[in-house]
Ligand binder design. Sequence first.
Ligand SMILES: Nc1ncnc2c1ncn2[C@@H]1O[C@H](COP(=O)(O)OP(=O)(O)O[C@H]2O[C@H](CO)[C@@H](O)[C@H](O)[C@H]2O)[C@@H](O)[C@H]1O
Length: 474
Amino acid sequence: MKIFHLSAECYPVAKVGGLADVVGSLPKYQNMAGLQAAVVMPYYDRKFTRENEFDIVFNAATLLDTKRLYFEILKEKTNKLGFELFLVRIPGLLDRENVYSYPDEREQFIAFQLAFLDWISYSQQTPDIIHCHDHHSGLVPFLLYHSKLYRRLANTPTVFTIHNGQYHGAFGWEHLSYLPEIDLTQTGLLDWAGGINPLASAVKCCWRYTTVSPTYLHELSINSNGLEYLFWIESAKGYGIINGIDTEVWNPKTDTMIAGNFTSKSIAKGKQVNKDALCERFGLDPNKPLFTFIGRLVIEKGADLLPEAIELSLMDPAEEASFLILGSGDTEMETALLELKEKYPGRYNVFIGYDEALAHLIYAGADFLLMPSRVEPCGLNQLYSLRYGTMPLVRSTGGLIDSVIDFGDEGGYGIRFNNASVADINHSVSRACALYQNTVLLQQLRKRMMALDFSWDRSAKEYINLYESLNPTI
Ligand SMILES: Nc1ncnc2c1ncn2[C@@H]1O[C@H](COP(=O)(O)OP(=O)(O)O[C@H]2O[C@H](CO)[C@@H](O)[C@H](O)[C@H]2O)[C@@H](O)[C@H]1O
């Protein structure tokens, strides 16, 4: 079974967030299960593309409005990632360093999708499934079925996975000319609220859509930035499949990015080695419970609540917690987090920026991970922290509900709270501080966390069952 995954990100080629982690690991596990899964993504001028070798397997020109764009499809030579990796390079458009935030982003992602479709169409390939991820590849299902250029592929089943339903990639009808010749009686399938909406179009046109956790599937019809009604009417096509993690990349026993490897048997010592290294680097006291937050500093993640919640906790004489933040995003949030650094040296520190190795060390060395998310389609941080015996403190939403059980409940191992509020964060920090004093229980819970299985094995199988239900001939 030949599957093409289409995505803007893929670890380790280019990562901004969790989309990259999923697209960099799911295909690998699908291949281990006997599929032929490949990834197709835009070319970026980054370390991975500079340091690896590629063959040009196809080149042609595609038309974007009135511009003729020369493109190449590059294939990584060795399949070292566990899957075939194809990059779409378009000089001047898809050959830059960053993944997002260019003023011509719309043109970049439309050109990416057109080049992909032209390539498989002209090279006579017949994939069994085309699996699109997020709005950057959301126009593919519509174009496959409603542009005569791709008629040969019109029976190809498409699966669309929503990693983040807040972003739609919408643009005005005045840009319709960026699309190739389409059946103009079908333009309603592109439309939502008076604009071309790639996420909405994908949900309408794909054969099945999936969300990255079962709870998020239901939440989309309550909160999806204006698409609630669409998700409600299309719900029969929706499936919630929780993300897995790449247990080779995220493995405390073998991780080369941490200060000392450990297993659940050596957790107490192993965590202390990593905590010591972390505390030394950031001037924190390794004897106090260490709380962390890793991620994009955006409202969605509840990052705006952190400065006040952290300060309240640091001012409370009854509490001993220290805090370390790793992230970047909203400038106001960055500033507020940086300001605290001057006020509470020794108890608090922050690293503004993106640092993959530091993230690994923090998952290994911290005691508790804060996730006060307002929206969390799945969340990978809590899965990584569990693997390293670090207890997640999560707001009950989306995939956090599906993956974290409060330690007060039967079989539990984390802390859950209901509201994305300063009060709820502080209450859970107090619970965690009290737990930290109970070393016997904490050790038991850490072992329980590390024994959990969030590997891709189960979820990759669920995707395969879905593919097979769409293409029974394979
Ligand atoms: N400053 C930094 N330095 C180093 N590493 C950093 C970092 N900031 C973030 N990361 C890393 O980026 C990833 C973030 O994962 P999330 O699941 O929180 O992703 P995100 O919200 O981007 O993705 C969306 O897609 C994913 C995948 O489906 C869903 O889990 C999620 O809920 C949804 O919002 C983790 O690997 C984390 O360690």
